[in-house]
Ligand binder design. Structure first.
Ligand code: ADP
Length: 302
């Protein structure tokens, strides 16, 4: 097969591992810088231009689209889809998962457990919003945040009110969430490929911190997950329409609660903690599915 990896940087661990795994399986793998792709919309035969050439002959595309380039990146991916190239994750599913409110609304509708979450726009509604999620302590999250930045624990109602007010004053979009204290500063990352949890790790926040992000000094370790956690992760990925997903779960007294479903989950933490060759599993998934015009997104050459 000829595989394109959409990535801004070929030196990133995840990108390197996917290239390696693809080549080991005998495929031709190219890293394509997402932001260097350009295209003409008018053409009847959809094509992508890249550094003066036309990209041709790809069987599968692996999107590794960072949150900051979602808009352009999903447009490039759509163009691959219109050319009939099989995407590991479809552009619509990536767009869906990047909208945190929309994701939680979809997961809620399907009955998947999540922390009680509220959002509001007007400062006048703050007191009631805080009541809605059960009062302080509570977690306030900037919708645009990643890697734990913009996630704040407000211990008291007063602190919560002033932080929410401040964010609203800056016109930032936020959500307010019940604080799951019993999670003890830990969460579980379930790596889902093709409807199965292929690896799972526990991330533990460093002393004095409640956010377990590895970028915030958290540490990762192997964990055995329960059948309920496994089923929840698989279902969450399915609801989002993602074939490859990182599902973040908090262990609570009322069972597993999904925080987020990530469409470009990193490989370094999970491969390091579990010793599993997750990159090879992603390549195998591509091998099983890459046939021309398998994407559900309309626009095949017809
Ligand atoms: P990001 O997407 O920026 O990583 P998250 O929503 O995943 O933000 O939050 C970062 C971390 O904060 C999580 O990994 C988790 O450890 C902790 N956390 C987030 N929400 C809650 C919550 N409602 N209760 C307890 N801990 C939480």
């Amino acid at each position: 097969m000829k595989i394109a990896i959409l990535s801004r940087n070929k030196n990133l661990y995840s990108t390197r591992r996917l290239v390696e795994a693809g080549q080991q399986a005998g495929h031709e793998v190219h890293v394509i810088d997402t932001l260097r792709c350009y295209m003409s919309m008018a053409s009847l035969k959809p094509e992508i231009h890249y550094r003066g050439r036309v990209l041709e002959g790809y069987d599968a595309v692996i999107p590794r689209i960072g949150a900051s380039i979602t808009f352009y990146g999903t447009a490039v991916l759509r163009q691959f889809e219109m050319m009939g190239v099989f995407p590991i994750n479809e552009s619509v599913a990536i767009t869906r998962s990047r909208d945190k409110l929309r994701s939680l609304q979809l997961l809620a509708r399907k009955g998947i457990g999540m922390p009680v979450t509220g959002f509001a726009n007007a400062p006048d509604d703050i007191p009631d919003l805080i009541n809605m999620v059960g009062g302080a302590p509570l977690v306030i999250k900037l919708l645009e945040g990643t890697q734990g930045i913009g996630v704040v624990l407000a211990e008291t109602r007063q602190a919560a009110e002033s932080v929410i007010e401040a964010f609203m004053g800056l016109s930032a979009n936020i959500m307010v969430q019940e604080y799951i204290k019993e999670a003890g500063g830990a969460d579980i990352r379930c790596f889902v490929v093709d409807g199965k949890v292929v690896a799972a790790m526990k991330r533990q926040a460093k002393e004095g911190e409640f956010r377990s992000n590895l970028h915030r000094g958290g540490s990762a370790s192997l964990i055995r997950i329960t059948p309920e956690e496994r089923a929840t992760a698989v279902r969450a990925a399915q609801v989002m329409g993602l074939n490859v997903a990182g599902v973040d779960i908090l262990r609570s007294e009322r069972g597993p609660l999904v925080m987020e479903v990530n469409s470009s989950p990193g490989l370094e933490g999970i491969e390091g903690a579990t010793g599993k060759d997750v990159a090879a599993l992603i390549i195998k998934f591509a091998e099983r599915n890459a046939r021309p015009n398998r994407t559900r997104t309309k626009g095949s050459r017809g």
